[in-house]
Design a protein. Structure first.
Length: 293
């Protein structure tokens, strides 16, 4: 089997998904830190930005892996998944599936050493199956802040001018990558990190919304995917499995209050848990399942 490690980012108590490929890593120092620290490695050793987890989200784990690559065994391939979102290791009709239980998780992911090799064979990177929106830019503007997207486009033009056209075309296009999930070869991962953290370092200093979570990272990852494709790199697109039960109403209200208290995003992002509670799953998932492929 290919020498691959997929970081699984955790910031709260959840079923731990771990084997020879999936490597759990806890993020920041939230309420469940003491528990998570006994279960898995953390993003708070060596060269790290763990203290920025409230805004950088899973990218504190990405930064840690970039700067401490030998600590994960110096793999030939590295990936990122999330404690609720995982790659399914086979082609499927839809981009998105869900389960409310981690029981039999590796079977649900169609995981096996043989399938890992099949997924990586003949390609340069792995990305989630892309979704379709009116445009990447308009979708972001609807739920976040257009000025943040404008800001990263400006930074890209200044620091990575050879990517300006790619970034502009991606923003105007309908093909959208979500979830910040990927598998890269080692060198592509290092190049990706240089791009991401160069942009984010300037972004955090210039954004008008410095306390909000960096949802812009999903769009930056999509821009990087688009750039690799323009360079002739080959991709494999995999569906995503969402792991999670339906929350109780009191849990939803508590989450909404916390979102507003911590200023985690714009109004729609803060009330998103409430919206999801009342929208039937089959309706909400229609857009997530539809793929641009």
């Amino acid at each position: 089997m290919a020498n691959l490690k997929i970081l699984v980012a955790y910031h709260k108590k959840s079923p731990v998904v771990e084997n020879e490929v999936f490597l759990p890593i806890h993020l920041g120092q939230g309420d469940d830190y003491d528990y998570l620290a006994t279960q898995m490695i953390g993003d708070d050793t060596g060269d790290n930005i763990s203290q920025k987890n409230s805004t950088y989200n899973e990218f504190t784990a990405v930064y840690w892996a970039w700067k401490n690559y030998d600590k994960i065994g110096n793999p030939d391939y590295i990936g990122l998944n999330h404690y609720r979102r995982f790659f399914i290791f086979e082609k499927r009709k839809y981009a998105f599936y869900d389960t409310d239980s981690a029981d039999g998780i590796f079977e649900k992911l169609n995981y096996s050493p043989e399938n890992v090799d099949k997924v990586l064979e003949g390609v340069d990177f792995v990305a989630p199956m892309p979704n379709v929106r009116s445009s990447v830019y308009n979708n972001y503007k609807f739920t976040h802040h257009a000025d943040d997207f404008n800001l990263v486009l400006k930074i890209i033009n200044e620091d990575f001018p050879f990517m300006t056209r790619t970034a502009t075309d991606y923003a105007k296009g309908k093909t959208t990558f979500f979830y910040n999930a990927f598998i890269f070869k080692k060198q592509e991962f290092f190049d990706y990190c240089n791009f991401m953290f160069t942009v984010l370092e300037k972004y955090e200093k210039q954004t008008k919304h410095p306390t909000e979570r960096m949802f812009i990272t999903e769009r930056l990852t999509g821009i990087y995917f688009a750039y690799l494709l323009e360079q002739g790199k080959k991709a494999n697109y995999l569906p995503i499995l969402f792991l999670g039960r339906k929350k109780k109403f009191k849990e939803v209200l508590a989450e909404v209050r916390q979102n507003f208290k911590e200023k985690k995003g714009g109004f729609l992002i803060c009330i998103k848990p409430l919206i999801l509670y009342f929208i039937p799953k089959r309706i909400y998932y229609i857009r997530k399942k539809r793929t641009a492929l």
